[in-house]
Design a protein around this ligand. Structure first.
Ligand code: ATP
Length: 306
């Protein structure tokens, strides 16, 4: 009997490990179809996407009962707009993204998409509506075309190539001897960080979700690659409701709204300009990161002063 249980244990462990990060939740959900903890109600209807509004209402959540991570978080992301979430490490930025994907159920409040409580709708329909560009994508040991088309079951070669163009990785793929049939991974083509991110973006374009979560990489790519990817991401997020889990403030200057998380609550919110003008936490974080960009040691001084 124990042997029967072992694979389940292992799956559970893999599941728990992967969901620590926003690593690549979509890939994971496809690999492990069974979700032990979050279940659909038997009569759960599918999510009906209209304009794509995302709304958190007094959300309370902790991974463990004795430690509440989000204490009372409310915000609305109007359809097609971009929200950036900032805050110190561990403030709960990625947690908000995980909750929108319903990785966990919340302990208080509601999370709504176009007015529908995400806990009441069919999970497959919820996850179909949300695309994630993770920090670190899992590439399958398969062709580059497969890795891009993975975003949608019925993706055609034309869809894959259009997505590659949208993510500006088409030229790179076409220079490979086998083109889209080039294998990636262990024994195939090794992709750089920037190329991997482009594959992740292309995969999202194939999926074409109305809601997008961008989990910004903590470490910067070289500045040319960074600027190019930033441009591609701006195109991808135009017309979609977008939530950016932000680490570097320089990339979110144009967000429609920015929320600053602190102690489980939204401490400040507004545009880049209004938050700078109000001279609070965001303004301090901005000054510190600007100083770090100029001179890493000056950044240290700014941290100690604040
Ligand atoms: P960073 O900027 O470092 O990525 P973050 O703001 O995204 O941080 P989260 O990943 O949302 O922070 O984590 C918020 C808090 O929840 C952290 O204190 C973290 O230790 C805790 N936490 C995250 N995942 C779990 C888990 N599975 N079980 C228990 N605690 C967790």
């Amino acid at each position: 009997l124990m042997q029967l249980f072992r694979p389940l244990d292992l799956l559970g462990m893999v599941y728990r490990t992967i969901r620590q990060g926003l690593i690549d939740m979509e890939a994971m959900f496809r690999l492990i179809d069974t979700d032990a903890e979050i279940r659909d109600r038997p009569d759960a209807p599918p999510l009906e996407i209209r304009a794509g509004e995302v709304r958190f209402e007094h959300v309370v959540f902790g991974y463990e009962p004795e430690r509440t991570i989000l204490k009372d978080v409310s915000f609305t992301v109007p359809p097609g707009s971009t929200l950036a979430i900032v805050g110190h490490s561990g403030a709960g930025k990625s947690t908000i993204a995980r909750l929108l994907f319903r990785f966990y159920d919340i302990q208080g409040g509601r999370i709504l998409i176009d007015g529908q409580d995400i806990a009441q709708v069919r999970q497959t329909s919820l996850r179909r509506a949300i695309g994630i560009v993770p920090q670190d994508m899992v590439l399958f040991n398969d062709t580059i075309g497969f890795n891009i088309g993975y975003g949608r079951d019925d993706a055609t070669q034309a869809d894959i190539e259009a997505a590659a163009r949208g993510a500006a990785i088409d030229r790179f793929i076409e220079t490979q001897p086998l083109g889209y049939d080039t294998r990636v991974g262990e024994r195939g083509l090794k992709l750089s960080g920037g190329e991997k991110q482009r594959v992740a973006i292309a995969r999202t374009l194939v999926k074409d979700p109305p809601i997008l979560i961008l989990d910004e990489a903590t470490s910067a790519l070289d500045s040319r690659t960074e600027a190019a990817i930033q441009g591609v991401l701006e195109d991808v997020s135009a017309r979609r409701t977008t939530i950016i889990v932000a680490h570097r403030l320089s990339t979110i200057v144009h967000a429609d709204n920015i929320i600053v998380l602190e102690d489980g609550r939204i401490a400040e919110q507004g545009t880049h300009a209004s938050l700078l003008a109000s001279g609070g936490i965001y303004a301090q974080m901005w000054a510190r990161q600007a100083a770090e960009r100029m001179n890493p040691e000056a950044g240290e001084i700014a941290v100690r002063r604040s």
